[in-house]
Ligand binder design. Structure first.
Ligand SMILES: *Cc1c(COP(=O)(O)O)cnc(C)c1O
Length: 468
């Protein structure tokens, strides 16, 4: 039975699933553009925004034609030429979890409002903690890495300045971070009311990787000024380059100075599943907190993030300095995540990851990480052998930064023209003030043929730019 203002789920579901299945096939074939960037004015018209909003009663046919336009005007992440951002090509399992949630709507922050989802979140947090060897830890799923970073910074503050929750920040708190830390860190610090000037920069090398030997001096200089170091942030891996900071050395240094270490690891943590690339994370267990975006490297749709703490108490204390810990302990029916997170209402984020892992298996996910990390190395080697292409930034994750005829061509202009032509979607980044083109290999379908096509396309566009 359907609601009078609703569509028949069976009928509409079949139409949508059929349409999406052929959309996925078409995207994967790579035969049409990866994205067709049109003006918003044109899309407002073609999506019939005004018409649909002004008159109720969109029917099956109208929905079908709306979806055709909507899908057309979307970024096709399943396309082999999609090599742009740290955004997963989602496993079908993730789509199923999103669909189920859309139908049943269980905001599971309160156990009663989503018992199955809350149970899966609780268990997946345990699974993640086991991977990091934080058996005494705790964590919570949260809507994205940026929010997870705010949470971690709040926890770090609660540890060093528990009175801040009632009385506000002590004026002398500082945070240490490399200059290329993700902007969400600086935002978190400002949101906490500490002011962005309380971020002290840790020196980095020419690839913007932290120089651990330089850390003691920064901490000691802060001490001499009467400042208290609330946390130190390490990149795991850096958004721009995919390079991992030397975690073990940083961790030992932080332990020596009794300083909270936060691993900003939404992307790079996935390598923990990989026997081949796990070494990049050596020392991760020395941290106090870390974040984990499954929507980056673990094939889920946005969003699916966890923030983890080595010590359970740090999660319990974040939003209050009183003994909610006891409440958590004696709870026997199930756990409400609500007291321990920023969100009030929260989507059943973990279900997407659980279903995805249930299909790929842990080993399958590890193989995926290996495959895209391997590909980045193979592509980089192949590209650097080609005239005009230069690669100077080493490869650690699945990110390749490169330049094409850098002294002759504006790399940003080159990217813009390339993306407009539609067959490839790549990004760009700045490293130590220099602009690079950037590939993020997220797609198992992206292969050497794709890259050959990309290089030819870059040469064509580059040729056009040289003429003008
Ligand atoms: C992507 C990223 C973030 C932000 O995560 P979102 O899930 O996009 O909010 C934070 N830090 C680093 C290092 C990142 O790469």
């Amino acid at each position: 039975m359907k609601h009078s203002d609703d569509l028949d789920f069976q009928e509409v579901g079949q139409m949508v699933v059929k349409k999406l299945a052929s959309y996925l096939d078409a995207s994967r074939s790579g035969s049409s553009p990866v994205v067709d960037l049109r003006s918003m004015a044109d899309m407002v018209k073609d999506l019939q925004f005004e018409e649909f909003l002004g008159q109720k009663g969109m029917n099956l046919e109208a929905l079908s034609s709306f979806l055709d336009t909507y899908l057309q005007d979307s970024m096709h992440v399943h396309h082999p030429g999609y090599i742009g951002h740290q955004v997963a090509v989602p496993n079908v399992a993730s789509a199923i979890a999103d669909l189920v949630h859309g139908a049943i709507n269980n905001p599971m922050s309160i156990f009663e409002m989503g018992p199955a989802a809350a149970t899966i979140e609780h268990q997946l947090i345990r699974w993640m903690l086991t991977k990091v060897a934080w058996e005494k830890g705790a964590g919570v799923f949260t809507h994205g890495g940026s929010m997870a970073n705010i949470h971690a910074m709040l926890a770090a503050r609660a540890a060093i300045a528990p009175e801040a929750w009632q009385k506000g920040n002590p004026p002398n708190l500082v945070v240490l971070a490399p200059e290329n830390s993700h902007y969400s860190i600086a935002r978190a610090i400002s949101i906490l009311g500490m002011g962005s000037e309380s971020i002290l920069t840790i020196p980095t090398d020419r690839n913007e990787v932290v120089i651990p030997d330089a850390i003691p001096q920064v901490i000691e200089a802060a001490r001499e000024r009467g400042q208290m170091t609330m946390a130190l942030i390490a990149n795991v891996a850096a958004t721009s380059t995919g390079l991992y900071d030397p975690l073990e050395e940083i961790g030992l240094c932080c332990n020596e100075y009794d300083c909270w270490l936060h691993m900003d690891s939404p992307h790079g943590i996935a390598a923990i599943l990989s026997a081949k690339y796990q070494h990049l994370l050596a020392g991760i267990e020395l941290a106090d907190s870390l974040i984990w975006d499954a929507h980056k490297m673990m094939q889920t749709s946005t969003l699916c993030t966890a923030v983890l703490f080595k010590e359970e108490a740090h999660l319990m204390q974040t939003f209050s300095q009183k003994g909610s810990y006891l409440f958590y302990e004696k709870e026997n029916q199930g756990v409400d995540s609500l007291p321990y997170q920023l969100e009030c209402t929260k989507a059943p984020l973990a279900t997407k990851l659980f279903l995805t892992l249930a299909i790929t298996g842990e080993q399958g996910m590890a193989d995926f990480v290996d495959a895209v990390y391997d590909k980045a190395r193979i592509f980089a080697k192949y590209m650097s052998a080609r005239q005009g292409f230069s690669i100077v930034i080493p490869i650690e994750a699945n990110i390749v930064c490169f330049q094409y005829l850098p002294n002759k061509i504006d790399q940003l202009q080159l990217r813009e023209k390339l993306v407009k032509r539609g067959m490839f979607y790549i990004s760009s980044t700045e490293i130590k003030g220099t602009r690079y083109l950037r590939l993020v290999v997220m797609n198992a379908l992206t292969d050497l043929d794709t890259i050959t096509g990309l290089l030819v396309e870059i040469e064509t566009v580059g040729g056009q730019l040289l003429q003008t």
